[in-house]
Design a protein around this ligand. Structure first.
Ligand SMILES: Nc1ncnc2c1ncn2[C@@H]1O[C@H](COP(=O)(O)OP(=O)(O)OP(=O)(O)O)[C@@H](O)[C@H]1O
Ligand SMILES: [Mg+2]
Length: 238
């Protein structure tokens, strides 16, 4: 049976999609069967980070409304072995999705994949409640700023209330100069404010940003320090 991990954050732009894509690609590079699920209904962007904008005919909306089976909507990224993406609708919102729909989707995916990484919409809401009640791990992405930190704690508590007990957090977009100058909350401060284990630190790196924009996840360069970092993070989380 596969493991479903939700990638969440309290503040937008913290790096959920970047981390979902690169963590999933890392696991697939190690030989695992991985499915990346874009849960940002009507605001999708994972397909851009993978350079797969025009590759999907069906999407998560079609699956949840019974238009097609999940296999029809999966798109494979052959650069990473058995890495698949389940895109969400770009223009339409899907109403009436229940916790049972989501649990059913996760159950099917768990039969066919080792890891299912779900790129969640920012913050808390019904989608989060539905997903959290059927997931195995919650990953909260936080950036070193006070707003992100406060909202990350709120999201983490919400995951807990929804019954998701196995949780961790990742610190992303760390700027070492700012840390040294103490202009932003430090790593120890973040650790004191979060009540779960830290799974890793990812620095702000222009190669990560460029990779996203070129549809070429940065871990494709598998001997880079960033790829090694994602490898260590994967080991700590899973
Ligand atoms: N470690 C990093 N170094 C450099 N740029 C980064 C890093 N992490 C994320 N980014 C950039 O920050 C922006 C936000 O990242 P991303 O889209 O992954 O965040 P998100 O949490 O998914 O956002 P949203 O809330 O809109 O879904 C993007 O432009 C991305 O390229
Ligand atoms: Mg995103």
């Amino acid at each position: 049976m596969g493991i479903v991990a939700l990638v969440t954050s309290g503040k937008g732009g913290a790096g959920k999609t970047t981390i979902t894509v690169n963590l999933g690609a890392t696991l697939a590079q190690k030989g695992a069967r991985v499915c990346l699920v874009d849960f940002n209904m009507g605001l999708r962007n994972m397909d851009i980070y993978l350079g797969m904008e025009d590759c999907s005919l069906f999407d998560l909306g079609d699956v949840l409304t019974g238009v097609c089976k999940v296999e029809k909507a999966l798109v494979r990224d052959e650069r990473f072995g058995r890495l698949y993406m389940l895109p969400c609708p770009q223009f339409k919102e899907i109403n009436g999705v229940t916790a049972q729909h989501v649990a059913g989707l996760f159950a099917v995916l768990k039969k066919n994949f080792d890891y299912i990484l779900v790129d969640m919409p920012t913050g808390i809401g019904q989608t989060m409640e539905n997903a959290a009640s059927a997931a195995d791990i919650g990953i909260v992405v936080v950036t070193p700023d006070y707003v992100s930190l406060r909202n990350a704690d709120t999201v983490d508590r919400k995951l807990d209330v929804c019954g998701l007990k196995r949780r961790c957090y990742l610190i992303n977009q760390v700027d070492l100069e700012l840390l040294r100058s103490r202009s932003v909350p430090g790593i120890e401060h973040i650790a004191r404010n979060m009540s779960t284990p830290m799974a890793g630190i990812i620095t702000w790196d222009e190669n990560i940003h460029a990779g996203n924009n070129m549809g070429s996840p940065v871990v494709l360069a598998s001997d880079s320090y960033i790829a090694k970092n994602f490898s260590s993070i994967a080991l700590r989380i899973f």
